[in-house]
Ligand binder design. Structure first.
Ligand code: URA
Length: 211
């Protein structure tokens, strides 16, 4: 695993663009790092780029990204308030799941992103991202039932709200029984957004009182 030395987001990007830590670098068109501001109070971590993301060099810009954007809008989360990235920065061939070795090689980049952005709340899309961020294992149904998942990459634990992966939701879009899954996803996004803002409010109040 490479070590992140970058002390700001721009330097991190320069380092990640040069990464050759695993074989995924042999097939990539682009390294897919993030979209959204590094000052955002919310962060969403997905699994790995797909074909559209590899071509454009931006996460979640294909069909599942378009669904994600609609869900974010439904939860009234402004695009400029969320930093979106993936656990793995290069596309696995034929969109296969990233291997444990590839996740490990990319882990220091994710850790660097979390430490530099320091989001108030992290959303994780799917099982792979949830495990990469929280080191908690289990099927998605069980991960979704946890109410107290946290990321411990920073000095203070960051609350984590897991979500079904948008690619899974896309497959269920026309399934008449899937209404509750969508309602629950929007409610989770909303909960994360409200949580991220209440932390901001507390920090602002503390700044006001003590400085
Ligand atoms: N799926 C992901 O997990 N990430 C992307 O960027 C696109 C699809």
């Amino acid at each position: 695993m490479s070590t992140v030395r970058a002390s700001d987001h721009g330097s991190l990007v320069v380092e990640v663009l040069r990464c050759t830590a695993c074989r995924l670098c042999l097939h990539r068109k682009n390294v897919v790092i993030a979209r959204g501001p590094a000052s955002a109070p919310l962060m969403l971590v997905g699994e790995a780029p797909g074909e559209c993301e590899d071509r454009q060099g931006r996460p979640f810009v294909g069909p599942s990204g378009q669904l994600l954007d609609r869900l974010l809008a439904r939860a009234e989360i402004p695009p400029e308030s969320i930093y979106i990235c993936n656990a793995v920065k290069c596309r696995p061939p034929a969109n296969r799941d990233p291997s444990p070795g590839e996740l490990k090689s990319c882990r220091s980049w994710l850790l660097g992103q979390i430490r530099l952005v320091r989001p108030h709340v992290i959303l994780t899309a799917g099982r792979t991202a949830t495990t990469a961020v929280t080191a908690t294992y289990g099927p998605m149904g069980v991960l979704l039932s946890h109410r107290d998942l946290v990321c411990r990459f920073c000095d203070q634990p960051i609350p984590v709200v897991p979500l079904y992966h948008p690619a899974y939701l896309l497959r269920r879009l026309h399934d008449k029984t899937s209404g509750p899954v969508f309602t629950d996803t929007v409610a989770r996004l909303r909960r994360a957004w409200v949580g991220a803002n209440s932390v901001t409010a507390v920090e602002e109040a503390e700044t006001h009182v003590f400085h």
